[in-house]
Design a protein around this ligand. Structure first.
Ligand code: PLP
Length: 399
């Protein structure tokens, strides 16, 4: 008898896995790999946040909490949203999950089902399509181009909408592009989504990591009248260097949030009690750590941009936020490595750079754009400089 469910058999293996496994095995052999593939800040969680968690443990705050999160955290999320976005919500409109990823997963389970189509704008975060598929729905990818700063055309989004389209997932600032959608794009998109009545999932996980000094912006700051059809997802992972704590949340119409909570109540229950206390401190405590980390990312973004643009044939829009740059390497496709092997696609160039330059990156195909590689600048300045120098040298050997 077949052991595995069709659901898991249909799940595509991650294109990043092969590269990751290779990078790890090279590192284990003692080879000096520069890792520019990280999806998390390289900073440690700030001390005042750690202290709050230690205090929670010492005070015995180690039991089940309400499924949607402790009341004081839900209130802190609402207050921070009011302060940062100027949007008014009630604590009952918030559910705390084990990371933004679980909030997205549970939302997809609550909203989507077989027969539904969900629009995902490329380049997209790797997990969106599988999350939609695991809910039985069909991801519909809308392309964009490097030439247009990875902003899809509104007419292409409109064309992708069918009677089956149930929702859309937005992510700006974006992983993997490091770009922020323009105000004009957001306004036009908002009016299209209003007209079509689609459910909007706004993944705002990088909202504070922007380099223009602006406060957070999303579809609701552009069009507050979309409130009834929008759910915002966020968390502490990227903003406060807390990826391992696993705290994220969804905020939106109460009936949807209740549905998410119902699903969570039958799967993981509450997010970790102690981590919730840490997240609470992150939100209500001093915020200078966020500005400091953002300043570092901004400096490294510039460093990376300046170095990459010196290399012939590479192009990218300057990162405007996050800690990622999405770089077009396609002018090297069709060239041959010294071994004789031809570079054909993003996986090929990624493997070549790992072998030849000993630099780990992530192939763009994983994000829906095979012309590019994602390079993370959540690394020390010296690693970025050296990593790019090595990439330049390896590329010069292609003929
Ligand atoms: N959304 C995007 C765009 C991300 O890049 C990530 C993490 O890489 C997440 C969501 C998930 O974050 P969390 O650690 O809160 O699950």
């Amino acid at each position: 008898k077949e052991k595995l469910a069709t659901r898991v058999k249909q799940l595509k293996p991650s294109a990043t896995l092969a590269v990751n496994a290779k990078a790890k095995s090279l590192k284990a052999k003692g080879i000096d790999i520069i890792n520019l593939s990280a999806g998390e800040p390289d900073f440690d969680t700030p001390d005042h946040i750690k202290t709050a968690a230690i205090k929670a443990i010492e005070e015995g705050f180690t039991r089940y909490t309400p499924v949607p999160g402790i009341p004081e955290l839900r209130e802190a999320i609402v207050s921070r949203l009011a302060e940062d976005y100027g949007l008014t919500y009630k604590p009952e409109e918030v559910v705390v999950s084990c990371g933004a990823k679980q909030a997205l997963f549970n939302l997809a389970q609550a909203l989507f089902e077989p027969g539904d189509e969900v629009l995902i704008l490329a380049p997209y975060w790797v997990s969106y399509p599988p999350i939609v598929e695991l809910a039985g729905a069909k991801p519909v990818i809308v392309p964009s181009s490097r030439e247009n700063n990875f902003e899809p055309r509104i007419e292409d989004i409109a064309k992708a909408i069918t009677p089956k389209t149930k929702g859309i997932i937005l992510n700006s600032p974006s992983n993997p592009t490091g770009q922020i959608y323009s105000r004009k794009f957001m306004e036009e998109l908002a009016s299209l989504l209003k007209e079509k009545g689609l459910v909007i999932i706004s993944d705002d996980i990088y909202d504070k990591l922007r380099f223009d000094g602006h406060g957070p912006e999303n579809i609701l700051t552009v069009a507050p009248d979309l409130k009834d059809q929008t759910i915002m997802v966020n968390g502490v992972s990227k903003t406060y260097a807390m990826t391992g704590w696993r705290i994220g949340w969804a905020i939106g119409p109460e009936d949807i949030i209740k549905a998410v909570s119902k699903i969570q109540g039958q799967s993981t229950s509450n997010a970790t009690s102690v981590a919730q206390k840490a997240a609470l401190e992150a939100l209500v405590g001093p915020q200078d750590c966020v500005a400091e980390m953002c300043t570092s990312f901004k400096r490294r973004a510039k460093l990376l941009y300046d170095e990459i643009t010196k290399i012939p044939g590479l192009s990218l829009p300057e990162p405007k936020g996050t800690f990622y740059a999405f770089i077009d390497f396609s002018s090297y496709y069709g060239k041959k490595a010294p071994s004789g092997q031809e570079i054909r696609d993003s996986l090929g160039i990624c493997e070549y750079l790992l072998e030849e330059a000993k630099v780990a990156t992530v192939p763009g195909v994983a994000f829906g754009d095979d012309r590019c590689l994602r390079i993370s600048f959540a690394s020390a300045d010296e690693d970025i400089k050296q990593g790019i120098a090595r990439i330049a040298e390896a590329l010069s050997k292609l003929g």
